[in-house]
Design a protein around this ligand. Structure first.
Ligand code: B1M
Length: 210
């Protein structure tokens, strides 16, 4: 649809002013944040991914697109937050060590917050020790691990093993996600759950705490 195409194009061309303005315009028209994400922002980022893969664009262009994505996400973030309901539980979320991709993780964090979870976002390039420390410090019920690279998804296995070997965090639920992750991989490394996207991550977190 044309209205979403304009938004997707603003991501593809890395125009952070336009991406913010167009998102705001769609919000003002009453379009939901989920539609804005699924029909405009994510398709824009997917196009960037394809062009990057085919060597049509390079890292600087991808970074500029990521900046435009973040600027649009700033507009919808407050709409997804609900601060006046009691917390459903605390989730520590981060991108695993060696991996700097944070757009998907940020989206998942936003949606979880919107569902009423307290979310502690520990950022990118996070070691197993840091995840454990943050879970202990915040008395978290769930830890969420994100990885976008086939070379860093193996970190998840190490992290899960370290959690399970530490009596004080061994029962914390571990959910994982990111483009290269599958249910099969999650089962193989002993994660408690896998979600392919932000909306399913929210449902999974609710299920894990039932
Ligand atoms: Co990178 N990169 N990148 N990159 N990058 C990919 C992932 C890649 C697939 C591109 C490609 O070749 N087509 C490829 C990985 C190949 C592979 O491993 N098989 C790749 C590569 C190779 C690299 C570098 C190695 C490139 C280089 O230096 N030569 C390098 C690595 C740096 C590092 O991390 N150490 C690199 C760098 C970068 C940038 C820094 C330039 C930038 C990141 C900017 C940022 O995040 N702030 C970047 C980007 C933007 C991408 C692509 C184009 C887009 C990723 C993205 O944001 N998608 C990506 C290609 C692609 O995925 N199409 C690519 C949009 C986002 C909404 O989706 O992150 O999948 P996604 O998140 C989804 C789900 O996966 C899920 O929900 C989210 C929302 O629906 N999800 C979870 C994610 N985490 C979850 C956690 C959960 C549950 C669900 O529970 C806890």
């Amino acid at each position: 649809m044309e209205k979403y195409q304009e938004l997707a194009n603003s991501i593809i061309t890395g125009d952070d002013v336009k991406s913010k303005e167009t998102t705001q315009k769609l919000v003002n028209k009453g379009i939901t944040p989920t539609e804005i994400l699924n029909d405009g922002l994510i398709p824009g980022m997917d196009t960037i991914g394809k062009k990057f893969k085919e060597n049509e664009i390079f890292i600087p262009e991808v970074l500029i697109a990521a900046r435009a994505m973040h600027s649009a996400m700033d507009v919808i973030k407050p709409l997804l937050s609900v601060s006046d309901i009691p917390s459903r539980g605390t989730i520590v979320i981060g991108t695993v060590q060696g991996d700097l991709h944070d757009i998907g993780k940020n989206l998942v964090a936003m949606i979880l917050e919107g569902k009423g979870f307290t979310v502690i976002d520990v950022g990118v390039d996070v070691s197993a020790e840091n995840f454990i420390e943050e879970v202990k410090k915040n008395n978290a019920n769930i830890v969420g691990l994100s990885a976008l690279l086939t070379t860093t998804m193996t970190e998840m296995k190490e992290i899960i093993e370290m959690f399970r070997a530490d009596d004080s965090v061994k029962d914390v639920k571990i959910m994982i996600g990111g483009a290269p992750i599958t249910q099969e991989y999650a089962d193989k490394i002993g994660a408690d759950g896998y979600a392919p996207d932000a909306a399913s991550a929210k449902d999974l977190a609710v299920d894990l705490l039932k």
